[in-house]
Write a protein that binds this ligand. Sequence first.
Ligand code: IPD
Ligand code: CA
Ligand code: CA
Length: 269
Amino acid sequence: MPASPLIKVMTDAARKAGRSLVRDFGEVEQLQVSIKGPANFVSAADHRAEEILFQELNRVRPGYGFLMEERGVVEGSDKTHRWIVDPLDGTTNFLHGIPVFCISIGLERDGQMIAGLVYNPVSDELYTAEKGKGAFMSDRRMNDRRLRVAARKTIGDAVVATGIPHRGRPGHPKFLDELGTVMKSVAGIRRTGSAALDLAWTAAGRFDAYWERNLGAWDMAAGIVLVREAGGLVTDLEGGTDMIGTGNIIAANSTMQKELLPLIRARVT
Ligand code: IPD
Ligand code: CA
Ligand code: CA
C-alpha cells in the first residue's frame, strides 16, 4: 500500500534523524555522554536527533504540539494534534554499541493515538501504522509487508518481551515477582532494551506478548498504534486503556493477553 502523505512526512523526518544517529553510533566512543539519572544516559546524539525531528515535523505540520522526551512539552497553535517523540529509544544499547535502538514518533489527535512510526536506522527496518489503515514494515530491500500479531494461542509456547527496571528506578521487587511467575508459564523471556522496538516486534509477530511498567508516553505512543493496527490488543495492567497515564502496558493477541494479564495482576500487591 502506498504511504499516505502523513506517513511519508513522518518517514522522511525519521530517516533524516536516523542518518544522524547512525553517524553518531559509528563514533559512539567519542560521544560526550552525560548522566541523566542512574544507569540512564543521555547523549549528544539523542539531542541532535531530537532537534532534527522537531525541525522537520514542525516544518511539514506547522502548529502541531509536541511531547518530546528531552525537550518536554511544546505547545502548538493547533490544540488538536500532538507529536509524541522519543528520538532515541534504547539509549543504553546505543552507548554500548548494540545496534538495537530506534526513533519513535506517535501522532495524537484529540487525545487519541492515530499514527505511529518506529525506525531502527541500523537495520533500516521501518514500522508504520495509521489508525484504520493497518500496520506495515519495510526493510532495507524496500520490501513492504503488512504486519499481523502472532497467532499463537498457547501461553506455554509464547516468547514474551519485557523491560527490566534500571538501577535507580522503582519497582525492582515487583518486577522480580512478576518475572518469576511469568517465566514459569512461557517458552522464553526477552529483553531488548527498547520499549518501542518491543512493541514493533510484537506487532510483527516476533514476540507473542510484551509487558512493562513505568514507561514514558514517548516509549509507547507509536507502538500502541502499531500493535492495534496489526490486530493486537493493548491495555494497561488493569486491563483498561490508560497506558499513557499509568505508564504500564501489555500488548499481545487477545487470547494471549487474557492469559498473561492475570499472571501479572496476581502479583500486584
Ligand atoms: C528506555 C527503553 C527501555 C525501557 C526503559 C526506557 P530510553 O528508553 O525503552 O527498553 O525498559 O524503561 O526508559 O531511555 O532508551 O529512551
Ligand atoms: Ca525511551
Ligand atoms: Ca530516549
